[in-house]
Design a protein around this ligand. Sequence first.
Ligand code: ACO
Length: 327
Amino acid sequence: MKTTFCRIAGTGSYLPPRRVTNDELALQLAADGIETSDEWIRSRSGIAARHYADADVTASDLAVAAARRALEAAGIRPDQLDLIIVATSTPDMVFPSTACIVQRKLGIENGCAAFDVQAVCSGFVYALATADNAIRAGQSRRALVIGSEVFSRILNFKDRSTCVLFGDGAGAVVLEAASEPGMLSSVLHADGRYADILCVPGNVHSGIIAGSAFLYMDGQAVFKLAVHVLEQVAREALERAHRVAADVDWLIPHQANIRIMHSTCKKLGLPLEKMIVTVDQHGNTSAASIPMALDYGVREGRIRTGQTVLMEGVGGGFTWGAALVRM
Ligand code: ACO
């Protein structure tokens, strides 16, 4: 078989079992004198609940659970992989990469390449594009691409404008070399001039954390940029694949805020029914949001073989990107 193309062979996801509704979160925050409500969170973001990992659970644990499901769906054994990429902003350690830890936990001893990508909420699209390039270049034949986050670890539960928006989870896909596409196009962008509007500005210095290790977000600045770049990058990905919006069966935008998602869908002229929505139940899970929504759509029987899916991410960096895929 000529290894010119790359296709998604299987998807998987994992949510930690602890589900926290807006009302439950509001009650917890009230104990610290922080006021919020189900009504505020729902109307501003579309979020109704999120999942949190227990204290002893790491991003690699969630990643491995999602990966096992994707490998099973693809009918591929872990030792058949030759590339593992994990997109995460909440890694287990400073180093080694979470991908190396995932490799060990999956019992893979074949020496396959493993590394993390750091593009925050665009991380999964960045990782997918990177793996697609490796497969189409003939460097890899079977790749595991994971988005995994324990964002609850970097939330300041005294900052109501951010802590209500995020959750934990992981999603994964197995990519393999194929005789026809598969991945139709991908587009990646970044603009470091906006690094400060969405960041965790701390770093490890001489054995201590210098600066804040909590997420900071200028919500309105992020909102404005996000609605602009999500439309633009979707059109770029379509154009690169010689497709138009009407060819898209399913839109999977980064699940950050239902208002941003609706706006993107409308700007592209797509009916809202063509968009996979999980933000209501998962909150914003950063790099995990797109692969989790993809797996949700596949397992619900909505996303089917042969259909065209447009995935697009946007997040800290500022980064953004899109991938058009024939399932
Ligand atoms: N509960 C109750 N009130 C609140 C809360 C809360 N949880 N949070 C903020 N408020 C208050 C504010 O204090 C403010 O009150 P004031 O008017 O008395 O000062 C009021 O609500 C309005 O606050 P805004 O920040 O103006 O609310 P806005 O409508 O802009 O919504 C939100 C905020 C939801 C954060 C929105 O800006 C947004 O979604 N931004 C984009 C986030 C996003 O998409 N992130 C994606 C990337 S994430 C990543 O890459 C990691």
